[in-house]
Design a protein. Sequence first.
Length: 595
Amino acid sequence: MTAPILDPLANHQSSQGTGSPATTKDSSFCEPRHPSYFSPNSSQPQRDFVFLLAPPLCSPGSSSITAPQTSALPSHLSPLAGAGNGGKDSGNEQEFTSRHHGKTRSHMAFENTSTNVAAAQMRNALTQLAESVEDPEQKKLFDTEMDNFFALFRRYLNDKAKGNAVDWDRIAPPAQGQVVDYEDLANTEAVQFLDKLAVLKLNGGLGTSMGCVGPKSVIEVRDGMSFLDLSVRQIEYLNRTYNVNVPFILMNSFNTNDDTAAIIKKYEGHNVDILTFNQSRYPRILKDSLLPVPKKFESSISEWYPPGHGDVFESLYNSGILDQLIERGIEIVFLSNVDNLGAVVDLRILQHMVQTESEYIMELTNKTKADVKGGTIIDYEGQARLLEIAQVPKEHVNEFKSIKKFKYFNTNNIWLNLKAIKRVVENDELEMEIIPNGKTIPGDKKGESDISIIQLETAVGAAIRHFNNAHGVNVPRRRFLPVKTCSDLMLVKSDLYTVKHGQLQMSSSRFGDAPLIKLGSDFKKVSDFQKHIPSIPKIIELDHLTITGGVNLGRGVTLKGTVIIVATEGSTIDIPPGSILENVVVQGSLRLLEH
């Protein structure tokens, strides 16, 4: 007889935690935090949840999958979910369809059954994956990660079945008090709060998009220093100047951990306490079958993925570092992307967070035409939330991009209360919006077509609605200086900035914001960028720069106003050393000779 399948998520009901009233959950989204789906001897604490005996997926002696009976469906996935009055129809078909984003009852019933089957198949596949882990300590961590992954996957299926789209009519620009202007903060630097602070950098990304090998954080960005070098100098200066010990924490991924561990050894003699932990490693999902790509724990790293920076809460908790920090008296962590050179400790924001007893502060800055796709803070029925462009219905994308309606965007500089993180994780309150990220990976064998996969990711900004007194602070543009491309790299390497104690400071000779620089595909890799532009031009008076094609800049070039240089395909434009280009368009093929 085939053993029945245990579904620990079915019919599970969660009570409200100790957080904000806004954290009350819809029962259709409730997931237990750490039920162990894989090991009966798991040491994870058992939460309140219900096991439901479901029918086997396959009949004995048969390889075909049979759909579970309707009675085995969780209540919120039942074809009659939402019906009231003793099981009677609670409304006509039109009302039902409206409530479920255009889906009819028969459509919902079909998707609910498919959801249950997909969840059961995934659970069985994850069980097999867990059985391939030989080391007991590794298995304990892997079980925890797969528990969290399965909860995320199940929630993704539920969202998909319900048509969980954004209700645009409920969205409004942030209300008064949901965003505070930086200039309105107390203009004092209360250094006594530094004893309560830790700094965390998101260090999970590789430099492959810029043609580099290894962690992105080790790319040289200024005066021979990398992102990591600059960050360590900042913290070291802070500790030395104010006689404090602000811990510096790196959240690595399995892609960056080994290299980072070797690199940070060079900082052992510095006045900075460096802590590291890894974010989770989740299996990529086959788009067609909704099964995990890896078949074993030791499968190629190309079959796994880090699930976005929203994973920082669970990973920080599971690493034990969260409790270590709290025991040391640390109350607040300042989190940012490692490639944002403007994300430095700000004592005014720190003081504001302490004095207002905020659990979560998101730094925002004014949108420009270059930022219209960035996530923005919104008011959703009286609650501050983050809205990403991927969540916006197609017919409202232009409205989302409007600088007049949504004038801020998220810098991903986030200030968090550590005890609040501990609370929302332990009470299973976090339900950050899921971002399905479609990708392709090469086929297993030569000649096979690429394989379509899905990665389920979350963003740390989406957690804003789960914290008390959470709000945004509209900060000056100088606090958002990311280096994502070689266009950004050219900017931060230029004479527009100087470096002081690891911080980039804009030249006093510059008026207004930084110029807009757009370099074409010939400049995508750092090596190509350095070949075409071996010496960074002077750009103090530059407003806009566009360069495409085979363009080479000589040493000592000065660019002013708007400069556009376009080399046609197969041709070259060489700008000789010492040239001054002001408000010009250079197009075609050109080789200026010195004389």
